[in-house]
Design a protein. Structure first.
Length: 340
């Protein structure tokens, strides 16, 4: 590639980021949904219907038209197929890509500044953008629930084993509770307790469980994983993308807690992005994003883990573990059983 080609290539990448920025504004303000419901509408009607400022919505409609999310006839806008796919409720929604893109920009800006001092502010960085925080749960749900329901849950025999036992499933760092909702749909003999540090996540988890008819089986509490106490030992304790958030503080104590709070024969199931053994793997398609995310995890006091580190930590706590790999090895589910 000569210099002009390289410039063209980078301009195209920048256009991609702009397109996702435009989509993000429409996602978090319900504009795609509102226009879907209206069928077609002027900017003024769209603003009224979505309770947004008309002048902002007018500018947004122009931008969304420019990036092919909207078409227009006279002054009436309607969604293109890509605009339809940005709706959070659309099948295979594009919403998480738009949310992730803006969250990444926020985290990149924070990492750039914090690198100068080495400060690591922790989880609170996620809550610095009012419009992002409520979309954190839906973004993760849309990104991972299908993989869990269609691939991971059927492939791991310990899920059906624990369903036969029945009892309590605990999800530490539960986000919006999607995992427990999916789990009790598939494993009908389980009931669930989810906990998370963010009140926003717990509010969403309670509301979604009610709306989806599993509110009587699921309970959600706000709290800190390091302070968590259970009223009864669990049959399953899950952590999805949550272990790396608490690993650096005191992993040995956490793994002893997992052991001590499971019934004999109960399972701990930890799902984490699988940090590769060799750096060159980070250049494989789909892995470079993980390398960027690991930089932004550093801001939060976290880092990604190699699956072997997790299974060794279980072993040290007296629980032999198995590693299951998914998504071409980029997702690891480590399952450990408390001995009978
Ligand atoms: C990457 S998110 C994963 C959320 C959810 N498990 C999922 O798969 O969608 C990590 C979650 O862990 C929670 N978390 C991190 N540290 C925590 C702590 N010390 N106590 C409680 N929750 C914590 C965060 O609030 C966040 O919701």
């Amino acid at each position: 590639m000569d210099t002009q080609d390289i410039k063209m290539h980078f301009r195209q990448m920048a256009q991609g980021a702009l397109s996702l920025n435009v989509a993000y504004i429409g996602v978090v303000n319900g504009l795609f949904n509102a226009l879907h419901d209206l069928g077609s509408a002027t900017a003024k009607q769209l603003a009224q219907n979505s309770s947004m400022d008309e002048r902002y919505v007018t500018r947004w409609c122009d931008a969304a038209y420019a990036f092919h999310y909207l078409d227009v006839t006279a002054e009436a806008f309607c969604l293109t197929p890509t605009g339809q796919a940005m709706r959070a409720t659309a099948q295979d929604t594009l919403m998480p890509i738009a949310v992730q893109s803006v969250l990444s920009a926020h985290m990149a800006e924070r990492a750039a500044g914090l690198m100068r001092t080495g400060e690591r502010p922790g989880e609170s960085v996620l809550a610095e953008r009012d419009t992002v925080l409520p979309w954190f749960g839906p973004m993760l749900e849309a990104s991972f629930s299908t993989l869990f329901e269609q691939t991971i849950c059927p492939a791991i025999p310990e899920f059906s084993a624990v369903d036969k036992r029945g009892g309590l499933a605990v999800d530490l760092g539960c986000g919006n509770g999607w995992y427990l909702r999916a789990l009790v749909r598939r494993c009908s003999h389980l009931r669930g307790l989810g906990m998370d540090g963010f009140a926003e996540n717990i509010d969403q988890a309670r509301r979604l469980a009610e709306n989806q008819g599993v509110g009587d089986k699921l309970m959600f509490v706000q709290g800190d994983i390091h302070q968590m106490t259970l009223d009864e030992p669990a049959d399953l304790i899950a952590m999805n993308r949550a272990l790396h958030h608490v690993w650096e503080k005191d992993a040995p104590t956490l793994f002893r807690w997992l052991h001590d709070n499971l019934k004999p024969g109960g399972y701990a199931v930890v799902w984490e992005p699988a940090w590769p053994d060799t750096r060159s793997v980070l250049r494989e398609p789909g892995r470079s994003g993980m390398a960027f995310q690991n930089l932004t995890e550093h801001v939060q006091g976290n880092h990604f883990l190699r699956p072997e580190e997790i299974s060794n930590a279980f072993l040290a706590a007296g629980m032999p573990a198995k590693v299951y790999l998914f998504a071409k090895g980029s997702e690891a589910v480590v399952v450990a059983q408390r001995p009978e």
